[in-house]
Design a protein around this ligand. Structure first.
Ligand SMILES: Cc1cc2nc3c(=O)[nH]c(=O)nc-3n(C[C@H](O)[C@H](O)[C@H](O)COP(=O)(O)O)c2cc1C
Length: 339
C-alpha cells in the first residue's frame, strides 16, 4: 500500500501456527464457520472454526469446506466444560480422524482432554481468564495461551482487563500469549505487540463481517452499539454451567432484570422457545445467538458483543478488517519523523 511503512509484524506465534499475521479469529460458536475462517486465513491471519456442541458430522462438513477454500492451517474450537462427555469424545475423535492440526479450548482446563489431542500430535491453544488457569493449561501441555479480558464478547471467564491479565501471564510463561477481549483496531494490536504478546484474538470485530454466520440482525446491532451498551450477565445460562457469565448487547431480557445481572440459577429459569433453527428450538435464556438460519424473536436472544463494539461501524469483508488493523498497527508503530 502506498505510503505504508514496511514493518513486518510477524511474531513467533505466527511461525508456530503457520500464519503470516498476528491476528487470530476467535472460534465463535455458530458464527465462525468455514467462510469466515477461510477469509481470515486467506488474508494472512489464523482461522478457527467455532464448533462448540456441534454434531461431528457438521464438524466434518465445515472442515472439508474450509480445506476446499484455503490451504492454511486452522484450529477447531471446542468447550469441554459445556459439552456432554459422550459428544465431546465423539467431536474429538472425528477431528483426529480428519487430521485437524490444532484445537482451541476454553473455560475449565481439562488436562486429560489436552493430553489426548497433544498425544495425537495436535497443537493446543487455550483461552483463559486467570493466571491460575494459564498455569494449568501450560502444565497440561498447551502451546499457546489466549488471555481473555473482561471486555470480551460471549462467555467471559475472568474479571481482569485483557492487557493487565496478558501482562501477568507473560510474566510467568515462555509460551506465546495472544490478547483477547475488546480488540478491534490496529492500535490495540500495536499495544499487544509492545507488551511482547504474540498477537491478538478477535471475536466481535469479525462477527461484523460479510462472511460471518451471525444473523444480519446481530451484525446490525453490533454496528449500532456503543461499548456502554454491553452488559455482563449470567442469565443466559441454559446449556452452560451455573454462573457462566456472558457479555451481550443489552436487550429486553436484561432490561427486565433491573440491574440484577448476576447470580441467576438455571433451575429457576423457565424453558420457553423464542426462536428456531431448522428443527431445533432456541430457548429464552439459552446461550444460542441468532445465526443466518435462525427465525423468531431475535431481539430476545444472546446478542454477544465485546466492549469494543462501539468502534465497529461497518460490516466489511473480513480481509478488509484484517488489512485495516494491520495498516493501523504499522502506522502506530512507525516512529514520527521530523521534516
Ligand atoms: C458471538 C460470539 C460467540 C463466541 N463463542 C465462543 C465459543 O464458542 N468458544 C470460545 O472459545 N469463545 C467464544 N467466544 C469468545 C471469544 O473466544 C473471545 O473471547 C471474544 O470474542 C473476545 O472478545 P471480543 O469479542 O471483544 O473480540 C465468543 C464470542 C462472541 C462474540
Amino acid at each position: 500500500m502506498s505510503g505504508q511503512p514496511d514493518i513486518s509484524l510477524r511474531t513467533p506465534l505466527c511461525d508456530l501456527l503457520g500464519c503470516d499475521l498476528p491476528i487470530l479469529l476467535a472460534g465463535m460458536g455458530g458464527v465462525s464457520r468455514w467462510e469466515l475462517a477461510a477469509a481470515v486465513a486467506n488474508a494472512g491471519g489464523y482461522g478457527m472454526l467455532g464448533m462448540v456442541r456441534e454434531d461431528p458430522d457438521l464438524i466434518a462438513q465445515e472442515v472439508a469446506a474450509l480445506r476446499a477454500a484455503t490451504d492454511r492451517p486452522f484450529a477447531v474450537n471446542l468447550i469441554p466444560a459445556a459439552t456432554e462427555p459422550a459428544l465431546l469424545d465423539a467431536q474429538i475423535a472425528r477431528c483426529l480422524d480428519l487430521g485437524v492440526p490444532a484445537f482451541t479450548f476454553f473455560w475449565d482446563v481439562m488436562p486429560e482432554v489436552i493430553a489426548r489431542v497433544k498425544h495425537a500430535g495436535c497443537q493446543v491453544l487455550h483461552q483463559v481468564g486467570t493466571v491460575k488457569a494459564a498455569r494449568m493449561a501450560e502444565e497440561a501441555g498447551a502451546d499457546v495461551i489466549i488471555a481473555q479480558g473482561v471486555e470480551a464478547g460471549g462467555h467471559v471467564h475472568g474479571r481482569r482487563p485483557a492487557f493487565e491479565l496478558a501482562e501477568a501471564i507473560l510474566a510467568q510463561t515462555a509460551l506465546p500469549v495472544a490478547v483477547s477481549g475488546g480488540i478491534t483496531s490496529g492500535g490495540d494490536l500495536a499495544r499487544a505487540l509492545a507488551i511482547c504478546a504474540g498477537g491478538v484474538h478477535c471475536g466481535t470485530a469479525f462477527l461484523a463481517t460479510e462472511e460471518s454466520f451471525a444473523h444480519p440482525y446481530h451484525k446490525a446491532r453490533v454496528i449500532e452499539a456503543t461499548g456502554d451498551d454491553t452488559v455482563l450477565t449470567d442469565v443466559f445460562v441454559l446449556n452452560w454451567p451455573k454462573g457462566a457469565a456472558v457479555r451481550i448487547i443489552a436487550n429486553s431480557v436484561t432490561k427486565a432484570l433491573n440491574g440484577h445481572y448476576l447470580g441467576h440459577d438455571p433451575d429457576d429459569l423457565p424453558r420457553e422457545a423464542v426462536a428456531r433453527d431448522g428443527e431445533q428450538e432456541r430457548l429464552r435464556f439459552s446461550t444460542d445467538s441468532p445465526l443466518r438460519t435462525t427465525t423468531g424473536d431475535l431481539e430476545a436472544m444472546a446478542l454477544f458483543a465485546g466492549q469494543g463494539a462501539g468502534t465497529i461501524t461497518q460490516i466489511v469483508p473480513a480481509a478488509e478488517r484484517v488489512a485495516d488493523m494491520m495498516a493501523q498497527a504499522r502506522s502506530a508503530m512507525t516512529p514520527e519523523t521530523t521534516p
